[in-house]
Design a protein around this ligand. Structure first.
Ligand SMILES: Cc1cc2nc3c(=O)[nH]c(=O)nc-3n(C[C@H](O)[C@H](O)[C@H](O)COP(=O)(O)OP(=O)(O)OC[C@H]3O[C@@H](n4cnc5c(N)ncnc54)[C@H](O)[C@@H]3O)c2cc1C
Length: 491
């Protein structure tokens, strides 16, 4: 009589779940468990917005498991000890789980498996969160990739999983008697302030919500993705990032949905928007690959010339950081993005790049400060993607925007929010300004501001950084660092 434990972590779904299918193959009893162990993710304990998502996703998973005759066992504490105790108490022979490609998880899983193997429980690990089979994509010389385009080409040739998603099981083996479980509320995942209440209007965590999002995207928007994906005023991207992070949907399901609709292969669909989308999805694979091969890049710059970069941390920088976090910089596209983040837990990719560039380049503040704020406030906070995005924006990453290319947030807003709808939506206090002034209200005439009911410094901030002079200072800082590293021969 086989008893198996299925350890749910970042695979909170029932479809395309090879570990679940393997676990139930010969099992008379199945123990599906989620263990809350945030300390095991140090130094990146999940942030407040992620915890809100997780709370709701666990409720959804429990509901889905119950429909199939099972239910989710909830526990907290050391994963190693909890699983060992559960396996011993219920005489389980097997542990099944899905690989998480992050340094802390890889170490933790190895510890858990060592301990269980000693206790006579066999561990079975599956790769189901990526488009590739989980092995690193290697260059011909054996090294790992640092630039996206060749990585993408290699992924297309070598490493793509060309498989259909596994169907969800129709029923599940029951749990044995007397299994202890905590109530999900006991995990205290919801933020103590009611900040997250508005998230409910925007998101439906869980597998059902993920499939609905994918369906809507495939039906209505993916064809226009190549032209609209950079426009924060249009809702043209998939908004699947949090569902992907928590594994409520797999990238194989997404790629498969695209080929089912448009034809083609999992890397090239017969539709421009869909093909561009598959390429964008591969950035996630690239981020995972980079972090796996460079496990310190969640904290240290990928480009070693930045090791001693003189980031600002004085009192004035602290104030600037706070204004940036609150969406009070006086630069509308930046404030709109930061308010979108605060109110919905998500921000459009283009705007993420703009706000990150302002913080790390114009303000000269360490990219990690921004990464930490995103970590706490993004519902899709993801170690690989966040580290890549921040290092890219700060200019110190792999395949990064060169340091000297500094986004001008006014030009960016004019180009990507041409009617100003995005800014007006998040900054209603500016909505009566003529569109041409909306991007830089400090350039408006007194009469225009008066007519729009705006008092700069009162109803909306005066810019906290001067875009021209801060750009020059950033370039000066960069030249000094570059000169020093050239002398020292660093690259
Ligand atoms: C400073 C900064 C920080 C970021 N932090 C995160 C983060 O914590 N978590 C996160 O998921 N993404 C992060 N991104 C990447 C990107 O902004 C989001 O993945 C995207 O905005 C999510 O929206 P979407 O699902 O509608 O994307 P879509 O455009 O619909 O893309 C589909 C999926 O592809 C992946 N993807 C798309 N663009 C990227 C990218 N540039 N890098 C890596 N993967 C990508 C995501 O999984 C995304 O869900 C960050 C980008 C920047 C510039």
């Amino acid at each position: 009589m086989t008893r198996s434990i299925l350890w749910f972590r970042r695979d909170l779904r029932l479809t395309d779940h090879p570990a679940l299918l393997a676990a139930i193959r010969d099992a008379k009893h199945l123990l599906p468990i989620y263990i809350h162990a945030p300390d095991e993710d140090q130094p990146w304990r999940p942030g407040a917005a992620s915890n809100w998502w997780l709370h709701n996703s666990l409720i959804a998973l429990d509901r889905d498991l119950r429909k199939l005759g099972s239910g989710l066992i909830i526990a907290k504490g050391s994963s190693r000890l909890v699983i060992r105790k559960l396996a011993m108490k219920h005489r389980c022979q097997h542990l099944f789980f899905t690989h998480i490609p992050e340094p802390a998880s890889i170490e933790r899983d190895a510890r858990v498996c060592r301990e269980l193997t000693k206790a006579g429980v066999s561990c079975h690990q599956f790769h189901a969160s990526q488009l590739s089979d989980g092995n690193s994509i290697r260059r011909l010389d054996g090294g790992s990739y640092r630039v996206f385009t060749p990585f993408w080409r290699a992924l297309q040739k070598q490493g793509m999983l060309n498989r259909s998603p596994h169907p969800a099981p129709k029923s599940l083996p029951p749990q044995p008697d007397q299994v202890d479980s905590l109530d999900i509320d006991r995990l205290k995942l919801l933020p103590s302030t009611p900040w997250h209440r508005r998230f409910d209007d925007h998101w439906q965590p869980g597998e059902v919500g993920a499939l609905k999002k994918l369906h809507g995207f495939l039906q209505q928007r993916v064809s226009g993705y190549h032209t609209g994906r950079d426009r924060p005023d249009l809702s043209e991207t998939s908004r699947l990032s949090a569902h992907l992070h928590f594994g409520e949907i797999s990238s194989v399901q997404i790629a498969n949905g695209i080929t089912a609709r448009f034809g083609g292969t999992p890397v090239h669909a017969n539709n421009d928007g869909a093909s561009q989308y598959l390429r964008q999805l591969a950035w996630r694979e690239f981020a995972i690959d980079l972090l796996k091969n460079n496990p310190n890049t969640d904290r240290l710059p990928f480009d070693s010339r930045f090791t001693d970069y003189p980031w600002r941390s004085d009192k004035q920088a602290k104030n600037l950081l706070q204004q940036w976090q609150r969406g009070q910089t006086g630069i509308p596209i930046v404030d709109a993005g930061m308010r979108e983040l605060w109110q919905t837990g998500w921000m459009h990719n283009r705007v993420r790049m703009i706000v990150a560039s302002l913080l790390s380049k114009n303000m000269g503040i360490h990219w990690l400060e921004g990464a930490r704020w995103f970590w706490d406030t993004l519902i899709d906070a993801d170690l690989a993607n966040n580290s890549l995005g921040w290092q890219w924006s700060a200019g110190c990453g792999a395949d990064a925007a060169p340091y000297f290319r500094i986004f001008n947030p006014v030009r960016q807003a004019e180009r990507f929010d041409p009617s100003g709808d995005y800014i007006k939506h998040w900054l209603p206090e500016l909505s009566a300004l003529p569109t041409k002034r909306l991007y830089a209200p400090w350039t408006a005439k007194t009469s225009e501001l008066f007519k729009a009911g705006i008092k700069l410094g009162n109803t909306y901030p005066i810019p906290i950084v001067d875009l021209q002079s801060s750009r020059k200072e950033a370039l000066k800082r960069w030249e000094i660092v570059n000169r020093h590293s050239n002398k020292a021969g660093t690259k």
